[in-house]
Design a protein around this ligand. Structure first.
Ligand SMILES: Cc1ncc(COP(=O)(O)O)c(C=O)c1O
Length: 405
């Protein structure tokens, strides 16, 4: 019997491919986004305790209530919005499940969903599985001069709107038709490391009011925002909160990407639909982890200190890369940083990334992997992505290797 694939263009994700390549060649893996250090021992001990205390059976479908209450409190404290833990917050199997469940629940066959390019690789296949049509709106990408200007202003610690990549909201508006159901956003942005400004929220607010589209907001890097900037969650403004599904991940916040626990917040009519999918996709999420996370979240310090922790790693890698022939581009958030190489080589981003892994022993991700057509000329800007969620000695060793470029 022949199979007609529902996702004919999907292969193994670039993150898995590049990680395997790094392992095969003994390279330092600064590609895939996961920490190479352990989480807080108190959090690990809290899981063991939760198991010993008998939290080993199915928790409620929407998640352990005390964890939902902690998420509610945190959002209230940081962003000033009140979600109802009972009907508006659901604990999910990572941000990934929250994203997929939201798309499956809210996108109907024939609906259009706007995705900003470059984009995280989960969005497009998930929209397709929901029967939707992805409509790609590219960000304005940097040329060589803008990234160097940005580097200068970052060194002078000036944070004005000198972002390397930008969303042109007029282009987003132009892409909206009477079939548009949703816009997918991801800020702080993987892979570019840019954040939103209030002016972006102004533009979004107008779009939402004029068109009624929903926003699927992937905010997994919400706590990793540098140089005193504030994360602008979609729930900071009531007009946006009303139309948004806000998603985050404990994996990124507490250095536990392998636990695959995240959450999803939305106004109750939207959440009721999302839960219908969640209930049949996974039903619920691992109970001891949820109980442990609920206890750990009582202390806000770990997530409040995360930005400073990662800012130091950002600066270490950034300054180290300045001693190499690569030109680093500063990030405003996330645990990623881009670097420019196009003054060194004509290779495509994918070829250069492979070459770095084989020849220099440092695994990275081509930024073109976050484009619909990675091989196209327009998707290649001479940029590679480094992950700095690594121990200092790992970063130092990678820099040492890159100094031989
Ligand atoms: C932008 C973005 N969204 C979602 C995810 C997935 O998060 P989780 O591991 O919690 O499913 C990632 C992980 O790298 C990510 O970078």
């Amino acid at each position: 019997m022949t199979h007609i694939s529902k996702l004919p263009d999907v292969g193994t994700t670039i993150f898995t491919v590049m990680s395997q390549l790094a392992t095969d060649h003994g390279a330092i893996n600064l590609g895939q986004g996961f920490p190479d250090f352990d989480p807080d021992t108190r959090l690990v001990e809290a899981v063991t305790k939760a198991m010993k205390d008998g939290h080993n059976q199915y928790p409620p479908m929407a998640g352990v209530l005390s964890l939902r209450e902690q998420v509610c409190r945190k959002i209230q404290d940081l962003y000033g919005h009140s979600y109802d833990p009972v009907s508006e917050i659901t604990i999910t199997s990572g941000a990934s499940e929250a994203l997929m469940a939201s798309l499956l629940a809210l996108v109907h066959p024939g609906d259009e969903v706007i995705v900003i390019e470059p984009f995280y690789d989960l969005y497009i296949p998930s929209i397709r599985l929901a029967g939707g049509t992805p409509v790609i709106v590219p960000m304005d990408a940097p040329n060589q001069d803008t990234s160097i200007d940005t580097k200068q202003s970052a060194l002078n610690n000036e944070i004005d709107d000198d972002r390397t990549y930008r969303i042109d909201w007029q282009k987003v508006r132009n892409a909206i038709t009477n079939k548009t159901r949703m816009i997918v956003l991801n800020f702080p942005h993987n892979p570019t490391g840019i954040n939103l400004r209030e002016s972006d929220l102004d533009a979004l607010e107008k779009i939402v009011v004029d068109t009624g589209v929903l926003i699927l907001s992937d905010e997994v890097y919400e706590h990793i925002v540098f140089r005193g900037q504030k994360h602008l969650s979609m729930c900071v403004r009531p007009t946006l909160a009303e139309k948004s599904i806000v998603i985050s991940s404990f994996g990124k916040t507490y250095h536990v990407t392998g636990w695959k626990v995240g959450y999803c917040c939305a106004p109750s009519p939207l959440m009721a639909e999302i839960r219908k999918v969640h209930q049949f996709m996974v039903f619920t999420v691992t109970s001891p982890m949820q109980v442990a996370l609920a206890n750990f979240m009582e202390d806000p310090e770990p997530y409040l200190q995360l930005a400073a922790f990662y800012e130091a790693k950002h600066d270490r890698l950034y300054q180290g890369l300045q001693n190499t022939k690569l030109i680093p581009v500063p990030s405003e958030g996330t645990f990623f940083l881009l670097a420019r190489y196009d003054h060194l080589s004509d290779m495509s981003e994918a070829e250069f990334s492979r070459w770095l892994t084989f020849e220099k022993g440092v695994g990275v991700i081509p930024v073109s992997a976050f484009y619909q057509n990675p091989d196209a000329r327009e998707s290649n800007h001479g940029l590679i992505r480094f992950c700095f969620a690594k121990q200092d000695h790992t970063l130092d060793e990678a820099i040492k290797r890159l100094m031989t470029l």
